[in-house]
Write a protein that binds this ligand. Structure first.
Ligand code: GLV
Length: 418
């Protein structure tokens, strides 16, 4: 199928004694880089000067300096202990490479197709809410940068620009992230508007019957600033968020979002739209099978940037289980913790058809507007291409399971086909 690439599975010796014969790098515990320097939301690197930015993580410290605390905390924070937030990064750092050498890598093609749409690279923009809190141009800037990079932008239901406004920025392949409201008329209307505005798929968020407990938002009494609104809902009297005793967003979700959402609603959605539906928030084999059975066009392995249920595994750790359960019947994508081109490669090696990047886009938007988002996409692209070259891969189809070693491999393991 167009979206799959070969996964030459490793054949492992299951005997644990294999460990004693393993090459050193297979045995050794790698010290996760992320834990040494603090993960996504923890201690930040010193802010780089704008001209000196050399990786996407450096935008976060600049965003922290620039943004009001309430806005920065909303983007940066995650649920409760933020264990999953750290783990989304650290799990990537526990995956190592098995690069191949002496392969002609003078030409590298990283183009791909997603749901039949040709894009420049397997790196896409995840939905993140309320982008005008980060920068006055908000979703407009993100849409332009994604389009210029030749990739897909996913617009959040809770955007501060409407589907029509984002469409007016010009051509581009765009998906629409959907929250299902209690009032299904609202949902029907919105999905139709997205379809009319040229959006190509619905990314249905399924991990948010209630909002996760984000303590920074509770302390800050988070609320959307009064000069902004959730533009997709403006005419429906649902565009504003009332001040609450804790998180205004949590109260908004409790009041408006449908907790009864179930698989039958995935079917229902298919009766109101012909757009393909990506189920966003699957992290188990069981739900993967149900997604296939209920007509999903694809799955996004996501833990909502660690903002919902804390102590779920990192998405990169859950990916292989989902990929195996999908049995090639639908494409599997991933978001969560992708900060390096090496992360993109690791996700593809474990079976992802592409990845989505969230917080780095918002922090770059805050730091430098459209140019920041463009730079994030460019840096990830360049790093990914370099990883391909140094691993001996010239096309995405060349990336295989044999190019990486995971923790569970290290526990079991010795590739029998060395
Ligand atoms: C929005 O989707 C959020 O997680 O805050």
């Amino acid at each position: 199928m167009y979206y799959s690439h070969p996964h030459h599975t490793l054949h492992f010796l299951l005997a644990s004694s294999a460990l004693t014969h393993s090459p050193l790098y297979l045995q050794g515990q790698t010290q996760p880089a992320a834990s040494r320097r603090g993960a996504a939301g923890g201690s930040l690197r010193a802010p780089a000067k704008m001209g000196e930015i050399t990786n996407v993580m450096e935008y976060q410290a600049i965003a922290k300096q620039k943004l009001p605390k309430m806005a920065y905390d909303y983007y940066a924070s995650a649920a409760e202990d933020e264990w999953t937030l750290q783990e989304n990064r650290e799990a990537f750092s526990r995956i190592l490479f098995r690069p191949r050498i002496l392969i002609d890598v003078s030409r590298i093609d990283i183009t791909t197709s997603v749901l039949g749409f040709k894009i420049s690279m397997p790196i896409m923009v995840a939905p993140t809410a309320m982008q005008k809190m980060a920068h006055p141009e908000g979703e407009y800037a993100t849409a332009r940068a994604a389009s210029a990079a030749g990739t897909i932008m996913t617009l959040s239901s809770w955007a501060t620009s409407s589907v029509e406004e984002v469409a007016s920025t010009g051509p581009g392949i765009r998906f629409f992230q959907l929250y299902v409201y209690k009032d299904r008329k609202v949902v029907e209307q919105l999905v139709r508007r997205a379809e009319r505005a040229g959006f190509k798929a619905i990314a249905l968020t399924v991990d948010t019957p209630r909002l996760g407990r984000r303590e920074a938002d509770i302390k800050n009494r988070f609320v959307l600033p009064p000069h902004l609104s959730l533009k997709n809902f403006e005419g429906l009297d649902l565009g504003k968020m009332d001040q609450a005793a804790d998180s205004g967003l949590a109260s908004y979700v409790a009041g408006q979002i449908d907790r009864t959402l179930s698989w039958k609603d995935v079917k229902w959605l298919q009766t109101i739209t012909s757009l393909p539906i990506l189920v966003k928030g699957v992290i188990t084999a069981e739900d993967t099978r149900l997604a296939v059975e209920n007509g999903a066009a694809g799955i996004i392995v996501s833990n909502h940037g660690a903002r919902q249920l804390d102590y779920v595994p990192a998405t990169i750790s859950a990916l292989e289980e989902v990929v195996k359960a999908a049995r090639g019947q639908l494409p599997v994508f991933l978001d969560g913790g992708v900060r390096r081109g090496t992360d993109v490669f690791k996700a593809l090696a474990l079976g992802a058809a592409g990845i989505f990047v969230g917080r780095p886009v918002v922090f770059a938007l805050a730091a430098a507007g459209e140019a920041g988002v463009s730079n994030v996409l460019k840096m990830l692209r360049d790093e990914f291409e370099l990883t391909m070259a140094l691993s001996g891969c010239t096309r995405l189809a060349d990336i295989t399971r044999n190019h990486v070693v995971t923790e569970s491999d290290r526990l079991r393991v010795m590739p029998s086909r060395l």
